[in-house]
Design a protein around this ligand. Structure first.
Ligand code: BV8
Ligand code: ZN
Length: 297
């Protein structure tokens, strides 16, 4: 249940969002935290507490211990399958359907002359989601994702020929369910390691469809994200520490371009000093409050 925070959304923030025809959302692990998915830098819980995510999320880790890395991603995919989108994800889906508020002037801030008689009121707005997250909770809440900058837990591919791997929910998921009840780490260690399947086309090991540290971001996702941040009238940054590049460069560019940036994060992040408005609250509180505040404006 999200706590009520009556002064959280100022009139200025509400008007900015209510009038925006094109909103781009830049999300990080924090938006999935209230769905029970640990953020990337939260202490790993349970059986993975002895592993440092940034050490596992590398090509070298997969090279040296493919079964451990594959097991880790299978475990994370298993947890995401068991999770549900939270009120923050759902609020972003609702945001797109809230009619755009009328504006005093007849021109759009999109540098295009809007015919005098157009008020833009009542039109659905564009809400573009650019996410660093590898889960599918935005999609399952009903918002298409324009760009998964760091890949997806659900798009494994061959490590050699890149052929997509479509796993029937094979037995490994059953093993993973045992993990939750494994008596201790030693016993679980065998369960943690799941040898990756072999590619049907070239029999090389299948790898997670994830962008690891030291790997380039998918060019198409990057280009789409750049365009979405450039076209935005308002950018909403949700649940990111702003630590990882080049992704974190995108909200920085929006700030440099003079696009209003609103951050939702209960803690300060590396982006907080740059943004126009910091809503110091959790996503499942702030985003529904924001949608409620713009209705009827
Ligand atoms: C690359 C997949 C080069 C893995 C991830 C400058 C330029 C370019 C690169 C670099 C650079 N400086 C350093 C680098 C290298 C590196 C990097 O950025 N390192 C960091 C640690 C300094 N970058 C790379 O390696 C990138 N690749 O540069 O390649 C290249 C180019 C051409 C050719 C060859 C090579 C690749 C980076 C992608 C790495 N993969 N993810 C996986 O998930 O297993 S990144 C990883 O961190 C996560 O997946 C996540 O996407 C990302 C960012 O983390 P956040 O989402 O922000 O999560 P975090 O836990 O940090 O923070 C959560 C936030 O939520 C907190 O602020 C918290 O307060 C808040 N929060 C908590 N609860 C809530 C909440 N907010 C709202 N509501 C709540 N309830
Ligand atoms: Zn292959």
């Amino acid at each position: 249940m999200s706590e009520a925070m009556p002064d959280l959304i100022s009139d200025e923030v509400a008007d900015l969002v209510a009038r925006a025809d094109w909103i781009t959302v830049f999300s990080g692990a924090g938006i999935s935290a209230e769905s029970g998915i640990a953020t990337f830098r939260d202490a790993q819980t349970g059986l993975w507490e002895n592993f440092d995510p940034s050490q596992l999320a590398t090509p070298a880790a997969f090279e040296s211990d493919p079964a451990l890395v594959w097991g880790w991603y299978q475990w994370r995919a298993h947890l995401v399958r068991q999770a549900e989108p939270n009120a923050g994800h759902h609020a972003l889906a609702e945001l797109a359907a809230v009619p755009v508020a009328q504006r005093g002037d007849a021109t759009s801030s999109l540098d295009v002359d809007v015919p005098r008689d157009s008020t833009r009121g009542g039109a659905d707005r564009a809400v573009m989601i650019v996410t660093q997250n590898v889960d599918d909770l935005h999609e399952r809440a009903g918002t298409p994702v324009l760009a998964h900058l760091h890949g997806s837990l659900f798009e494994p591919r061959c490590s050699r020929c890149a052929q997509p791997y479509h796993a029937a929910d094979d037995g490994t998921l059953a093993d993973l369910a045992d993990l939750a009840t494994a008596p201790d780490l030693a016993a679980a260690n065998d369960l943690l390691r799941i040898p990756p399947p072999a590619c049907a086309a070239c029999s090389a090991p299948v790898r997670p469809g994830i962008v690891w540290f030291g790997e380039p971001l998918p060019p198409r996702a990057w280009l789409r994200a750049e365009s979405a941040l450039r076209a935005a009238e308002v950018v909403i940054v949700v649940g990111t520490s702003g630590m990882v590049y080049p992704a974190a460069e995108l909200p920085e560019r929006a700030v440099a371009a003079g696009i209003p940036v609103i951050e939702v994060n209960p803690e300060p992040s590396l982006l907080t000093p740059l943004v126009d408005h910091h809503l110091a609250a959790r996503a499942a509180t702030a985003l529904p409050a924001l949608v409620a505040a713009i209705r009827g404006r």
